[in-house]
Design a binder for this molecule. Structure first.
Ligand code: HEC
Length: 128
């Protein structure tokens, strides 16, 4: 006899959907590995600036807003114009920094794979 979907199977599908929207440990680990591309210039787990501004708590931070870092005029102007590093803005910036903020002094070619970007953002989010 063919089994009808039960309430519990519907519930487990629903919880799977919830789980995919939150980052798994595996995604975070992947994000941490992708972040190795950034560590020459950035830290995510301390508020010390390097060649680039620190990225601790960057998710939700207005662009160009750290008082103790010398940003390019381009980045300061972008922040003054309302650019905030939410997930959408970060993924655009990380896929092509110079396209999102023309004139930025961040010399990084950009990430190509969506999974690299989303997992990296999950990692940054885990470093508030
Ligand atoms: C070669 C050094 C370098 C590398 C590599 C690099 N960045 Fe940057 N990044 C910078 C610099 C310099 C700035 C400041 C840009 C400006 O003022 O125009 C910056 C700015 C940023 C900002 C804006 C921060 C703010 O406070 O507004 C974010 C977000 C960012 N980088 C993320 C990343 C991520 C994530 C990676 C790795 C995928 C990365 N960067 C790789 C040098 C680098």
């Amino acid at each position: 006899m063919k089994k009808r979907p039960t309430l519990s199977s519907i519930c487990s599908i629903a919880s799977l959907l919830v789980m995919t929207s939150a980052a798994s440990a595996e995604d975070l680990e992947h994000g941490r590995r992708v972040f190795r591309l950034c560590v020459a210039c950035h830290t995510a787990d301390s508020d010390r600036n390097g060649f680039g501004p620190h990225l601790k708590g960057v998710v939700g931070r207005p662009a160009g807003s750290l008082p103790d870092y010398r940003y390019s005029e381009a980045m300061k102007t972008a922040g003054a114009g309302g650019l905030v590093w939410d997930e959408a803005a970060l993924s655009e910036f990380l896929s092509s920094p110079k396209k999102k903020v023309p004139g930025t002094k961040m010399s990084f070619g950009g990430l190509w794979a969506t999974s690299e970007i989303t997992d990296l953002i999950a990692y940054l989010r885990a470093n508030p």
